[in-house]
Design a protein around this ligand. Structure first.
Ligand SMILES: O=P(O)(O)OC[C@H]1O[C@H](O[C@H]2O[C@H](CO)[C@@H](O)[C@H](O)[C@H]2O)[C@H](O)[C@@H](O)[C@@H]1O
Length: 268
């Protein structure tokens, strides 16, 4: 992985950022710092930068949260808002996820019943039914290793069909064969008519975008992790502000130089 704020990183930004570039971001741990279970929100300074960027080029947010949950946390309307790891909000794909709703409710019932056994399962485990996917949080569990091992066993036995994706103190349970963030990003590029995209994420579900390994998609991970498929990284989540400033500056320059070139073509 290469630091984004390096000569190589800046060269890639110059190559990818052109008029119409799709700028896409994960939410928790990327635009918003990790907090606790309930109170994550978009910092005001980051919101202002996103709004500025959006005035020049399409902006998308791709999150594991439900659409109903993420809207209020953003307090601005991006061009595209994809939720539930790609199950909600992809233009033209809304109906596809409906068929999974019954299955998700059924998994939730089975797991809720099992987790009520407080001898076997830590009281700090919390199940979140997001209608199109489930999140099983264990940030408040006493012993993380033990909790990970009992939960992994539970999923294999009780909901073997679920596609289980680990996250930061969370397991995401996704319908088999459903779309992921990678599929969603490609659809958004089509919908926006963007030939290039920048994607910033921090977690396992973002690997579905990082693994696309397309020369037209600049992939950036929050924090270096050798096994990640992202090409570039930011040292810490706080660097997202600096990255947004850079994207704003480069997008502005790209638009200006295209306008100048267009003007000169008209004159000749
Ligand atoms: O795709 P994302 O936008 O990164 O969403 C992934 C999950 O984010 C939320 O959980 C995470 O954030 C919590 C608040 O900071 C934190 O306490 C938890 O440990 C993290 O896993 C959200 O609650 C989940 O539904 C999302 O799947």
């Amino acid at each position: 992985m290469i630091p984004l704020f390096s000569d190589q990183g800046r060269m890639q930004i110059d190559r990818i950022v052109r008029p119409g570039v799709l700028c896409a971001f994960d939410f928790d741990g990327t635009l918003s710092p990790f907090t606790g279970y309930e109170n994550a929100s978009l910092p005001q300074a980051i919101r202002e930068k996103l709004v500025r960027l959006q005035s020049m080029t399409p902006v998308a947010i791709l999150t594991g949260r439900a659409l109903s949950d993420i809207r209020a946390r953003l307090a601005f309307k991006p061009d595209y808002l994809v939720a539930n790891h790609g199950q909600e909000g992809v233009p033209g794909k809304g109906k596809d996820s409906e068929k999974y709703r019954g299955k998700i409710d059924c998994w939730a019932q089975i797991l809720q019943k099992a987790l009520a056994d407080s001898v076997r399962y830590d009281r700090g485990i919390r199940l979140d039914n997001k209608r199109y996917s489930l999140a099983v949080h264990y940030r408040k569990a006493a012993d993380y290793d033990e909790t990970e091992s009992v939960l992994t066993r539970l999923f294999a036995e009780a909901v073997p069909e679920a596609h289980v994706l680990p996250g930061k103190f969370v397991y995401n349970l996704i319908p088999p064969g459903g779309p992921d963030k990678g599929d969603a990003l490609l659809e958004l590029m089509k919908a926006a008519g963007s030939r290039t995209a920048v994607y910033v994420g921090d977690d396992w579900t973002d690997e579905d975008v990082f693994s696309l390994e397309s020369p037209d998609i600049l992939t950036i991970r929050i924090e270096k992790k050798p096994e990640s498929h992202a090409r570039f990284y930011l040292e810490t989540q706080k660097d997202i502000a600096r990255l947004l400033d850079l994207l704003i500056d480069k997008t502005e320059t790209a638009i200006l130089s295209e306008n100048t070139a267009g003007h000169q073509r008209k004159l000749t």
